[in-house]
Design a protein around this ligand. Structure first.
Ligand code: PLP
Length: 430
């Protein structure tokens, strides 16, 4: 028996070190993890009562604020009525209603909702759907197309599609076959299109998977909707399914409810998670068009989609998602979304000529600043920067030499200004 009483008097950092293994962490080199005991709105509170402004909405999830009463109330009511049942053979109203609400806001070609439990599994389901879509038709298509530096998650399928080498190194030999193209920019559009044409002609391509308009983990890199539209059109003309990973961009981040709304050629499959449940519950969906769904209808049982996660369509997650969708286009949140975009614009113009600032860009509530500093993704300078922000009560996670702000919609004007002021201090210090 371990002495838990003794352990309880030690502080959280000490106890954390004993048994926990944290994600994206080299424990031999890392500083202690910061224990958070409470969160409300855009604020996080640590053990000693210090506060931190959550400038990235806890990995772009808690867009309506931590501890949002409306969402908590919806989840509590759901929990008391029906906590959980499996979703194979059974169904329930929260999932049904969520499918209806999502259909009302997703691009109009989307027809069916498949539930998973996190971003990576939504992507894996999408990839398997695409592969089986051809298999069910007696066709073997074994190749995926993806953007360089894309990020789609850490399970094997999702990792295969991801192009950030800092994550994939040890597993390169075990991944699905993926061919990468550059993100389309004005200067390279013709060459990217030509490369894609060649890829489509020389390979058996099943799907093209992409983060539409903004590549999150790559450092909030933007590309043009027009360019992406052209690539989608080219893929669809070869009957290659297009998968939009809107796990980061979904639910208003880029200005529109979904980045795919900027596209004329609609994706065949869309993945959503993160802000789907407002950061309150792990849940994700993979939606698809009628054309995709119909390929799985057959008198042969095995042509169905035999893929399931235990917690698919968890009712409490569905209740959180429904409450979040009700907030997304409420007058208050709409006003905040517009305010943040304007404020980002003002601040970016203020700093764009600073000697330490390279590219600075804004899309919706996303602000990204490339610093003219050599910062490695997991290097010392990056850690110093991270600490510098924390010591001033701001939580940001620089991605290499990119600082980005993606705050909860409910952040106050003063809190947002404090983030800007701290960034200005960084520019004048580092
Ligand atoms: C976070 C993220 C994922 C992976 O989601 P997890 O829930 O972390 O598995 C996939 N794609 C994008 C664009 C993401 O931002």
């Amino acid at each position: 028996m371990r002495n838990y009483k003794f352990m309880a008097v030690e502080n959280l950092s000490t106890r954390d070190k004993k048994y926990l293994w944290h994600p994206l962490t080299q424990h031999k080199l890392s500083k202690p993890q910061l224990p958070i005991v409470k969160a409300k709105g855009a604020l996080l509170y640590d053990e000693d009562g210090n506060t931190y402004i959550d400038g990235i909405a806890s990995w772009y999830t808690t867009m309506y604020g931590h501890g949002n009463e409306q969402i908590i109330s919806a989840m509590t009511k759901q929990m008391q009525k029906l906590d959980f049942v499996m979703f194979s053979g059974l169904t329930h109203e929260p999932a049904i209603e969520l499918s209806e609400q999502l259909m009302a806001i997703l691009p109009e070609n989307q027809a069916k909702i498949f539930f998973n439990d996190n971003g990576s599994t939504a992507i894996d389901a999408a990839i398997k759907m695409a592969l089986q879509y051809f298999h069910n038709h007696g066709e073997r298509r074994d190749t995926l197309i993806a953007f360089e530096d894309g990020f789609h998650g850490d399970t094997f399928g999702a990792m295969s599609a991801s192009g950030l080498s800092s994550y994939n190194g040890p597993f390169e030999d075990f991944l699905l076959k993926v061919i990468r193209i550059s993100i389309p920019k004005e200067h390279n559009l013709v060459s990217v299109k030509n490369k894609l044409k060649t890829i489509l002609e020389e390979n058996d391509c099943a799907a093209f998977i992409f983060e539409p308009l903004v590549q999150g983990a790559a450092g909030m890199k933007f590309h043009s909707a027009q360019g992406l539209d052209d690539l989608i059109q080219l893929c669809q003309s070869h009957d290659v399914l297009c998968i939009a990973d809107e796990i980061m961009t979904g639910f208003g981040k880029t200005g529109m409810d979904f980045a795919s709304e900027n596209l004329l050629n609609k994706p065949d499959i869309i993945c959503l998670s993160k802000a789907l449940t407002a950061g309150m519950f792990p849940l994700s969906i993979t939606s698809c068009s009628q054309k995709v769904y119909d390929r799985f209808l057959s008198d042969e049982v095995q042509k169905g989609f035999f893929h399931a996660h235990t917690f698919s369509a968890h009712p409490i997650g569905c209740a959180a998602a429904l409450a979040g969708i009700a907030l997304l286009n409420s007058p208050e949140i709409k006003e905040r979304r517009a305010y943040i975009e304007k404020a980002h614009g003002r601040f970016s113009r203020e700093i764009e000529n600073h000697e330490k600032v390279g590219n600075v860009r804004v899309k919706g509530v996303i602000l990204a600043i490339d610093l003219q500093l050599k910062i490695e993704r997991y290097g010392n300078l990056r850690d110093e920067l991270y600490r510098f922000f924390l010591e001033r009560g701001v939580l940001l996670r620089p991605l290499g030499n990119t600082i980005y702000v993606l705050p909860p919609y409910v952040i106050t004007n003063l809190q947002l200004q404090k983030i800007y002021d701290t960034i200005t201090e960084v520019l004048n210090t580092f």
